[in-house]
Design a protein around this ligand. Structure first.
Ligand code: ZN
Length: 149
């Protein structure tokens, strides 16, 4: 599977989140052997949990499946630039590579804002690849917020 097909999987998780009334963001974790070990979308409303972002949910599920609090060599795909909370969680989990779709000028914490991975206090810095399937990821969010207005 190519990195784009993993992002397609994240996009389908984002679509499902939107259908549940959640902000449409989806994420998957891929093991070093190329298996999708966790996939989910935002569930903050459903779980009444402000930390239930897609990235946090897939990190928790992948760690539980592996029986470890770290995921070395694993990759994380997410449709939107991670926020500072998720970027910190990604670093704690020792994720190898992060692929994300759309940029998030409002709440992103990777390219802008807190720039978590660029701080000297960040002890594990993943490789970051942005703009993967950015257009469909951004369109999902645009449509979602347009309908809410
Ligand atoms: Zn987040």
């Amino acid at each position: 599977m190519s990195f784009r097909s993993y992002m397609d999987e994240a996009l389908s998780m984002a679509r499902e989140a939107g259908a549940r009334g959640e902000v449409p963001v989806g994420a998957v974790v891929v093991s070093p052997s190329g298996d999708v070990v966790a996939r989910d979308g935002n569930r903050t409303r459903e779980l009444c949990d402000p930390t239930a972002h897609a990235e946090v949910l897939v990190l928790r599920a992948a760690c539980a499946a592996l029986g470890s609090d770290r995921l070395p060599g694993h990759d994380l795909y997410v449709t939107l630039e991670p926020c500072p909370m998720c970027a910190a969680a990604i670093s704690f989990a020792r994720i190898g590579r992060v692929y994300y779709g759309a940029s998030d000028p409002k709440s992103g914490g990777v390219e802008r804002g807190a720039r978590v991975f660029s701080q000297p206090q960040c002890h594990h810095v993943p490789e970051v690849y942005d703009g993967i399937s950015a257009e469909p990821a951004a369109a999902l969010l645009r449509d979602f917020f347009k309908e809410r207005r």
